[in-house]
Design a protein around this ligand. Structure first.
Ligand code: ACO
Length: 328
């Protein structure tokens, strides 16, 4: 039977050149390469230069994805930019990306779902394509998180990095494409990862800046448990919906927050490490960018071939989580 589904037609990614190593951080806060490596798996992360900003990385990743999909920017009719570190409040980073790409036929907007942003975008693009409202969507996860990191807080400053990943989504035929996609959130846990200042509730003033209200605050331990549980549960949910099991999965790409979180989720799902993407040692946690970067790196490394089953799962501030299962 021929089915029309939404599938990924091309991917891309981009990073800043700047690298912040564990040794660099050990000169800034009381930490060590050994602590960071054992507790998180991170060795280094990318850090944007002061004059660089989010849409620049998003545009590079997006352009690459469009090219690899064999399309032109004018073919794109929807741009979803997932980010918690936009260029500015108004307009959306999506519109800034649209102008830079020359994707003049698209509707463009931002999605704020923290580290789940890319899977939120993929889920919405899937629905828009299947209902015929959209032909080609460009879904991007892009962050310059290092602007919101407090480099005196050793618990958070070791984790986050910058970068962008993108995917062009369009209709595919046969048994390819997105088989199941689910997104969820629970605002009761909003204080597990948040940045209290800078919006209308606590507008930016000299006092809020001095107090560091614009920086990320995190309850790492609690988030760790929620992350493992929610990513494992949503993975099982999408597998079950598609009538498949973790054994069928060729590659599992979880959000890259901590290698111990990745290992715990993979262990719960019985997916051995050879079938799990891991980029955390080189990139740290790039929030909404981590999954599309992982996808593109896996494509470039030849780890995904046509017909392979790819499972992606995420969790993030909100809290939000999501799962997408697709046949490449
Ligand atoms: N270097 C050295 N010691 C540290 C550091 C550091 N960088 N950070 C914390 N410690 C200390 C703590 O102060 C504590 O010391 P104490 O025992 O004297 O009190 C000790 O190490 C243990 O701290 P824990 O918080 O229990 O360490 P844990 O093993 O849980 O690791 C971590 C902390 C890495 C933050 C972990 O909990 C984690 O990864 N949580 C998930 C965080 C996450 O994923 N956040 C992003 C969400 S995604 C998004 O939306 C962006």
């Amino acid at each position: 039977m021929v089915t029309t589904r939404a599938g990924i037609l091309g991917t891309g990614h981009s990073y800043p050149e700047g690298i912040l190593t564990n040794a660099d951080l050990a000169t800034m806060v009381e930490t060590s390469d050994d602590w960071i490596t054992t507790r998180t798996g991170i060795k280094q992360r990318r850090k944007a230069a002061p004059e660089e900003y989010t849409s620049q990385f998003a545009v590079r990743a997006g352009r690459q994805a469009i090219e690899r999909a064999g399309l032109q920017a004018e073919d794109i009719d929807l741009i979803l930019c997932a980010t918690v570190s936009p260029d500015q409040i108004l307009p959306s980073t999506g519109c800034i990306i649209q102008a830079e790409l020359g994707a003049n036929k698209a509707a463009a907007m931002d999605l704020v779902a923290a580290c789940s942003g890319f899977l939120y975008g993929l889920t919405l693009a899937d629905a828009m394509i299947r209902t015929g409202q959209t032909k080609y969507a460009l879904v991007i996860g892009a962050e310059v998180l290092t602007r919101y990191v407090d480099y005196t807080d050793r618990q958070t400053c070791v984790l986050f990095g910058d970068g962008a990943g993108a995917a062009v989504v369009g209709a595919v035929e046969g048994d390819r494409g997105i088989l199941a996609a689910r997104i969820r959130s629970d605002g009761r846990y909003l204080e597990q990862l948040y940045s209290p200042g800078g919006g209308t509730r606590r507008k930016p003033t000299a006092e809020t800046l001095a107090a560091g209200d614009h920086f990320f605050k995190m309850k790492g331990n609690e988030l760790f448990k929620v992350a493992v549980r929610s990513m494992a549960d949503i993975s099982r949910e999408v597998l079950e919906e598609a009538g498949l099991s973790a054994e069928d999965v060729k590659l599992f790409i979880p959000h890259q927050a901590n290698q111990r979180i990745t290992d715990a989720v993979a262990n719960k799902l019985n997916v051995e490490s050879e079938r799990v993407y891991s980029g955390i040692s080189q990139h740290g946690n790039t929030s909404s960018a981590s999954i599309p970067i992982g996808l593109d790196e896996s494509v470039e490394a030849g780890k995904i071939s046509p017909g392979d089953l790819v499972l992606m799962a995420s969790f993030g501030g909100g809290v939000t989580w999501g799962g997408v299962l697709l046949r490449w």
